[in-house]
Design a protein around this ligand. Structure first.
Ligand code: HEC
Length: 150
């Protein structure tokens, strides 16, 4: 019995759905992507002191590659203030939100000379951008010897 045209068509649609399905699910929705772009632009005001390129470690502030999920105040080779090095937590979106709103209120005595991002949506956009720049896994697998001694 010859395979009907409808059956072939159905088969193709199924395959197409299988191929398209998972990748669509993984892609950030358009709105989220726009927010990340906005966060990247807002990060310009942090970029005077911070780099997100894991190879750049000669900035006034610690490298922020993979900072979301990373231990606070513990980047090897960076001389933190006591205010941050004494902290014992990992940077979550919530902690970053509190810190970036008012750094010296969150960590009195911090060496981060930045008055804070007062706009809630701006902080959220910057944090969403930071989530896209590296993962703590990459950070942990990097050898301390890759960093210049300070
Ligand atoms: C004038 C320089 C400067 C600016 C501008 C600045 N920072 Fe910082 N930042 C620092 C310094 C210095 C530290 C280390 C603070 C300490 O040791 O107390 C720091 C620490 C941090 C940390 C903690 C990192 C860690 O390893 O625990 C985060 C997160 C951070 N900054 C994010 C930002 C973001 C996001 C912005 C922009 C909205 C920003 N900073 C703007 C200088 C700056």
């Amino acid at each position: 019995m010859p395979i009907s045209k409808t059956a072939v068509l159905c088969f193709h649609i199924t395959i197409a759905a299988l191929m398209v399905g998972p990748s669509v699910a993984q892609d950030a929705p358009a709105g989220k992507q726009a927010e990340v772009e906005r966060g990247k632009k807002l990060f310009d005001q942090c970029a005077a002191c911070h780099s997100v390129d894991p190879k750049v470690n000669d900035m006034p502030g610690p490298n922020l590659h993979g900072v979301v999920g990373r231990k606070a105040g513990k980047q090897p080779g960076f001389a933190y203030s006591d205010a941050l090095s004494a902290k014992n937590f990992r940077w979550t979106a919530e902690k970053l939100d509190q810190f970036l709103k008012d750094p010296s209120e969150f960590a009195p005595g911090t060496a981060m000379a930045f008055s804070g991002l007062k706009n809630d949506a701006d902080r959220q956009a910057v944090i969403n951008y930071l989530k896209t720049v590296g993962s703590p896994k990459i950070e942990r697998s990097r050898k301390n010897s890759d960093l210049p001694a300070k």
